[in-house]
Design a protein around this ligand. Structure first.
Ligand code: GDP
Ligand code: MN
Length: 374
């Protein structure tokens, strides 16, 4: 789950990290009122993506009138595919220097990685390419954690002057927040050194592991909602992993792996899958709902049912689909491929109860479905 800047900053603030004071506003009037209360402000588009500065989504405003005008200009923009519905109106910082700080999951070391650079404000990829000497990385052993001594070691040799102390403290805080919230990424760019010597996060990008949201309930409500289609909402309510796609070949298979294989073969055969759906071992108990969900997509012109049984029995899965079939009476052509445990029985059931002959080869069933959808 991604968190917009203001949500990420709320998480930091709740964890005791001080952030600039600001207000979330949905209109120019609200922005004007906020600036009247705060003073000179920066008006920032709130979308779960970066590069807002370069897109004109970050504007400085010295007066409430300017804040209103900036908000007016930014609200309704589209940045990285996201329409801007809200702006953060935040106290303007007197920036002396901009740094970069992040803690992220590092697949290479299979551990958290703390990153710091004295070159903030630009993309970290660009920093790594053009100013590698400014960049420090440290893989963290989660059993030992990341403390002040580690932070000092990381910053050694960088020209930070007196800022080294508050920067080190900030890195320790960031690691703590990252761990405490099961984050995959906590990135502060820029981490600003202010004229008065304080070090404050001016931007914040937070991504929390979706698999850990059950134990991050207190912050999950702050995260950006994924835009779901009506069918995807229905899938979620049924506890089925359903993703609506733009193609016209519906896919019903057992297990995520076989589903993705089926989708690949649909593409390979020149077609386009209409959905991803994982029903796992619940093909029997949720057969009707799953079939209904796939067929409710008006784009679906044909359907592939692809079952492959190892521990799961294909005859049980076929029984579920047959039962669902009798309730739903699909009108689109359906193509079966059934292999593995219980295959003979499953094939017989489909043949006798639905009057459909399953294909011997998966590729043939899928090609036929792609052809039928044309
Ligand atoms: P991003 O482009 O989406 O990463 O947005 P940021 O939040 O990083 O803002 C982009 C840039 O705007 C920063 O690198 C700063 O240079 C500038 N900026 C943001 N907040 C302030 C502020 O309070 N004062 C000043 N002077 N500049 C700011
Ligand atoms: Mn930024």
């Amino acid at each position: 789950m991604n968190f917009e800047e203001q949500a990420g900053k709320s998480v930091l603030a709740r964890a005791g990290v001080s952030v600039p004071q600001g207000r979330l506003c949905a209109s120019a009037q609200e922005a004007e009122a906020a600036a009247r209360a705060i003073g000179p402000v920066v008006v920032k588009a709130q979308v779960p993506t970066g590069k807002r500065g370069k897109s004109g989504g970050v504007k400085l405003a010295a007066t409430p009138e300017e804040a209103a005008a900036s908000a007016q200009a930014i609200l309704g923009m589209e940045i990285g595919g996201f329409p801007v519905a809200r702006v953060l109106v935040e106290e303007q910082a007197a920036i002396a220097r901009e740094f970069y700080a992040a803690v992220l999951n590092d697949p290479a070391s299979r551990s958290p990685l703390v990153l710091f650079s004295t070159e903030g404000g630009m993309d970290i990829e660009e920093v790594a390419a053009t100013r590698p000497e400014s960049l420090r990385r440290m893989a963290v052993d989660i059993r030992k954690g990341f403390g002040p001594a580690d932070a000092r070691r990381l910053l050694l040799g960088l020209d930070l002057g007196e800022a080294a102390v508050p920067v080190a403290a900030m890195l320790v805080d960031l690691y703590r927040v990252y761990r405490q919230h099961d984050a995959e990424l906590l990135e502060i760019n820029p981490l600003a050194l202010l004229a008065d010597g304080r070090v404050v996060p001016l931007d914040c990008k937070l991504t929390v592991d979706d698999a850990a949201l059950y134990r991050q309930a207190d912050i999950a409500e702050l995260g950006a909602k994924e835009p779901l289609s009506a069918l995807e909402e229905r899938g979620r309510a049924l506890d089925l992993k359903y993703i609506e796609l733009e193609g016209n070949v519906g896919v019903l298979a057992n297990g995520a792996g076989l589903t993705m294989t089926t989708m690949d073969v649909v593409s390979h055969a020149g077609g386009r899958p209409a959905n991803f759906l994982e029903i796992g071992g619940e093909a029997y108990t949720k057969g009707t709902e799953a079939l209904d969900l796939v067929l409710s997509n008006p784009g679906v012109k044909s359907l592939v049912v692809n079952f492959c049984g190892a521990f799961a029995r294909t005859d049980v899965m076929a029984g579920g689909v047959i039962q669902a079939w009798k309730t739903l009476n699909p009108t689109v052509p359906v193509f079966f491929s059934i292999h593995g445990t219980g295959e003979d029985e499953a094939v017989r059931m489909v043949r006798e109860e639905l009057g459909i002959e399953p294909y011997d080869r998966m590729e043939d069933a899928i090609s036929a479905a792609v052809e039928a959808a044309r």
